[in-house]
Write a protein of this length. Structure first.
Length: 260
């Protein structure tokens, strides 16, 4: 509001209009306002000073907040079309009923509770909680199976290498060390890469959907518990694959080479 009072022709604009027209502070806006004397529309110059946050009684789409004195000077009338009555946050329906009785049909009285109900019922809402749980469960299974499968396939491809190392004198502890050293590298690389890709996709979706949701999301929501459970499931699958690879490396080298 301090910005609005700095200049008579300053104007606060809704965020949708700012984004649609790529406005910058100080830009000139020419709005057509009805002259109270001639009833004709005349062009009035304003300057963009900032964003006006939405409030329940604001118009549904784009809206502006300007200095009343400047509007009165430009239109030739200081008449007020709407009043906002502060009830202290309580008894809105009762006060609205009293005003309707006093003003009759000369004015339309709408209370904040009624406005909120209208806004809420005008939005199309779908409960996606069940579908979200199914998708998250599928993601956990996919992360676990993918991590374990990659390591298991890698170890299976090196069965010949393990057999040759055994023939050359490698001890079981050497083979166990080879398997256990690969598992942490795979887990670290997979979790880091997955976190980076997930963050990039989330940021992209927020940017794309900014124009869809009103108001747009302010920041990413990070489900810490779910991410920790997914990481634990992936690590458990990788550990199981590593233990299975260690057990397979204990087979006699001659038998292993004969099968290969």
């Amino acid at each position: 509001m301090r910005r609005l009072a700095q200049r008579p022709d300053n104007l606060l604009v809704s965020v949708e209009t700012v984004n649609d027209f790529q406005l910058s502070p100080g830009d000139t806006l020419n709005l057509r306002i009805q002259d109270a004397r001639t009833k004709a529309l005349r062009t009035v110059t304003f300057h963009y000073a900032g964003i006006a946050k939405e409030f329940p009684t604001a118009p549904k789409d784009s809206f502006f907040v300007a200095n009343a004195s400047y509007i009165a000077k430009a239109t030739g009338s200081d008449a007020v079309g709407a009043f906002l009555l502060d009830t202290g946050g309580t008894n809105q329906p009762q006060i609205a009923t009293q005003l309707r009785k006093q003003l009759g049909t000369r004015a339309t009285v709408i209370d904040l509770t009624q406005t909120r109900g209208t806004v809420g019922t005008s939005l199309t809402s779908v409960d996606l909680a069940g579908l979200t749980r199914i998708e998250l469960a599928f993601a956990v299974l996919l992360a676990a199976r993918a991590g374990g499968l990659v390591l298991a396939l890698g170890l299976a491809e090196r069965r010949r290498t393990f057999a040759i190392a055994t023939v050359l004198g490698a001890r079981p502890r050497h083979l166990r060390g080879m398997v256990l050293s690969e598992a942490p590298l795979l887990a670290t690389g997979g979790l880091a890469g997955g976190a980076l890709i997930g963050w990039a996709l989330s940021e992209m979706l927020v940017k794309v959907l900014t124009g869809v949701f009103d108001p747009p999301p302010a920041a990413l929501s990070i489900p810490g518990g779910y991410l920790a459970f997914t990481g634990a499931a992936a690590l458990a699958a990788i550990l199981a694959a590593a233990l299975n690879g260690i057990r397979g490396s204990h087979r006699p080298a001659v038998e292993e080479l004969r099968e290969l």
